[in-house]
Ligand binder design. Sequence first.
Ligand code: URP
Ligand code: ZN
Ligand code: ZN
Ligand code: ZN
Length: 468
Amino acid sequence: MSRTVIRGGLVITATDEIHADVLIEDGRIAALAAHDSTLAEGWLPAADRVVDAAHKYVIPGGVDAHTHMELPFGGTFASDTFETGTQAAAWGGTTTIVDFAVQSQGHPLREGLDLWHAKADAKCAIDYAFHMILSDVNESTLKEMDGLVEEGVTSFKLFMAYPGVFYSDDGQILRAMQKSAANGGLIMMHAENGIAIDVLVEQALAEGKSDPRYHGEVRKVLLEAEATHRAIQLARVAGAPLYVVHVSAEEAVAELARARNMGLPVFGETCPQYLFLSTDNLAEPDFGGAKYVCSTPLRPKEHQAALWRGLRTNDLQVVSTDHCPFCFVGQKELGRGDFSKIPNGLPGVENRMDLLHQAVLDGHLTRRRWIEIACAAPARMFGLYGKKGTIAPGADADVVIYDPTAEQVMSAETHHMNVDYSAYEGKRVTGQVETVLSRGELVIDQRKFVGRAGHGVYTPRGISQYLA
Ligand code: URP
Ligand code: ZN
Ligand code: ZN
Ligand code: ZN
């Protein structure tokens, strides 16, 4: 048996803050005990390794429930592989990702899932799981959903945006929701009215509006709010729960709040880019705005207060990254002269835990709420809680020793994501990951990467624990 003791830190979970030592046995949390008692209890003489956490936080590894490693988009591929992306995640204190396997139109779900397993197998530094993107809702894919839920792919993303690519019409959405109501799956919705957006894109381009900032202008707040409202009503008709991804607009939060006030099982996720960036970034000169093109788009700054409020009131439950990096050179540049050809997505898997810690210092969140929205709630939402998302006996020993006073400047010069820019270049934040354990093994040891490709394993999921 291997034993590690993490000594002297402040253990923070979604529910508690306690000065305690943590005993890890064979990759799992075995016990927590008052700091002074662990010597008497014989933990220390029996330990193979003692990790000093004095003056540090001891927190559950982050759970990022929204990543796109190697996603094919707009004729290119997201630039992080499972190898580079999971290393970067670990550097940022995230120990589990849930990535989106993609069904290609006209092909079975199984084929897309097999492809994603092949991409990730033996590559990951941390544990991983999959959602499934449905590009094609039909008799045969609906049938396949049952089997996927049984084998641990318990959530399915549908798109009201991107006609001709990932788009599903309302009938397809309703049928997938009816299916998930029956089999325990959770529908995740990209809620933007893509049919209307495409009209506005065409009109903008015809008027010579080709700059990245028009990406934000045509993807209107009202079209996010309308799609969010429609998705909620369809879920009600189907009797299904609903999780809306990458919520960016105040009006969309209001739709979620209204549904939740009615007691409906409707959930919302936002992402760091909507909390910290805005249309000001999209307007950066010399095509610089392309770095910030993602969908839903960045919004005017005024929307941020509603997102923070939603995170406090639990109208929004999860902050994940939608990590989908494309290099500026050669990838974002595909859209020079036509914003609609800029691959959509931002890097961020390495930045999430630190940005949200900064939000604690800025007074937006409490420390426990930080852990709730970044670790516990995503784990619960996607059927991983107990194993992931907390520090408690029986849980996987995915633990981060976090230095709440270290200062850092975010930069592409120092980050580990495989992308040639940082969305947060030059941003100063207080707080930094010091050491990371994944199932009891060191992945980051005092800011040195000591992990390995293939340590991370595929982790099948149960059905959403928010609904159990
Ligand atoms: O711009 C984004 N979000 N790219 C990734 C695909 C998606 O819609 O989540
Ligand atoms: Zn095929
Ligand atoms: Zn999306
Ligand atoms: Zn996404």
